[in-house]
Design a protein around this ligand. Structure first.
Ligand SMILES: [Cu+2]
Length: 295
């Protein structure tokens, strides 16, 4: 679709340039030639000729030509029925992170979108709070995420690769820190990725730090088989994500602890409360444990 939109853009750009050149040439010619007198009947004929030719025929012809290009392209962009139903992925915008669900396999993740390359994928987008917009520029297509509505966009990554997605509707002070890591895999690699997350075997963090996780973090965050919070991002595979905080920090060793300690400095106003009152040893143990959650 994006390719076809690009073709249409170039055709329109070329055509508009031709029209601009033609009109400019006529204008220069009219400015430069010497004035000469003519009788009224001849002047009227010339005026009429320009009105009909330049004011009616030229625009009509131009529009018909552009429609001949544009209408078939518009037709191709409709989400037409496919032979088999495409993979469906739900993407829900939050201030300021992305909730991502694979309803056909019961897999939940956040701030990353994995999809099979070379296959159409239907993204069902909505929002949990304010209006956001889903946009992965290199995959083309952009769609609003509106609370209470489900919009759908069909995308296809032609080849495996990593693409950057970005919320593209201003949604609050941390709008710029709402980055979606999009990864297209070869279909078998995608199935392996999905399978690893389908029934992850996660051992709960033992001891007092584990109790702290349950009492505090687990109220808002889900970890498969450990906690069931839904207010914040699912953390079941947080250790495998390229970034933390929806694009704030590269997920390197030690980054999780830094995020837990400084998240209000790194991303002011985010919904996660300060952790100043938690035992630093517990926070450290929780961070180390979260880093291991990488199915
Ligand atoms: Cu936004």
């Amino acid at each position: 679709m994006a390719r076809e939109v690009a073709v249409l853009w170039w055709v329109m750009c070329g055509f508009a340039s031709l029209v601009l050149l033609l009109v400019t040439a006529l204008w220069v010619h009219a400015m430069r030639r010497a004035p000469h007198a003519m009788d009224e009947a001849r002047a009227r004929t010339i005026t009429l000729r320009w009105l009909v030719g330049g004011g009616l025929l030229l625009p009509s012809l131009s529009i018909v030509l552009l429609l001949l290009f544009g209408v078939p392209i518009g037709q191709h962009m409709l989400p037409l029925p496919l032979n088999e139903p495409p993979l469906r992925i739900e993407v829900i915008g939050h201030q300021w992170w992305w909730e991502v669900r694979y309803p056909q396999s019961g897999v939940f993740t956040a701030n990353q979108l994995h999809l099979p390359a070379g296959q159409p994928v239907d993204l069902d987008v909505s929002s949990a709070d304010v209006i956001h917009a889903f946009w992965v520029p290199r995959l083309g297509g952009k769609i609003d995420m509106i609370p209470g509505r489900h919009n759908r966009i069909r995308l296809q990554a032609d080849a495996p690769g990593v693409f950057r997605g970005q919320c593209s509707e201003f949604c609050g002070t941390q709008h710029s820190h709402m980055i979606l890591d999009v990864q297209a895999h070869a279909p078998e690699d995608f199935q392996a990725w999905l399978q690893a997350r389908r029934e992850p075997q996660i051992a709960a963090l033992p001891g007092a730090a584990g109790a702290t996780f349950q009492a505090r973090c687990g109220q808002c965050h889900r970890v498969a088989g450990v906690s069931a919070g839904t207010r914040g991002p699912d953390l079941s595979d947080v250790g495998s994500r390229a970034q933390l905080g929806a694009g704030v920090l590269a997920n390197e060793p030690g980054a999780t602890l830094r995020w837990l300690q400084q998240h209000q400095q790194l991303k002011p106003g985010n919904a996660m409360p300060h952790h100043d009152d938690l035992d630093p040893d517990h926070l450290g143990a929780i961070a180390d444990w979260l880093e291991t959650l990488a199915p």
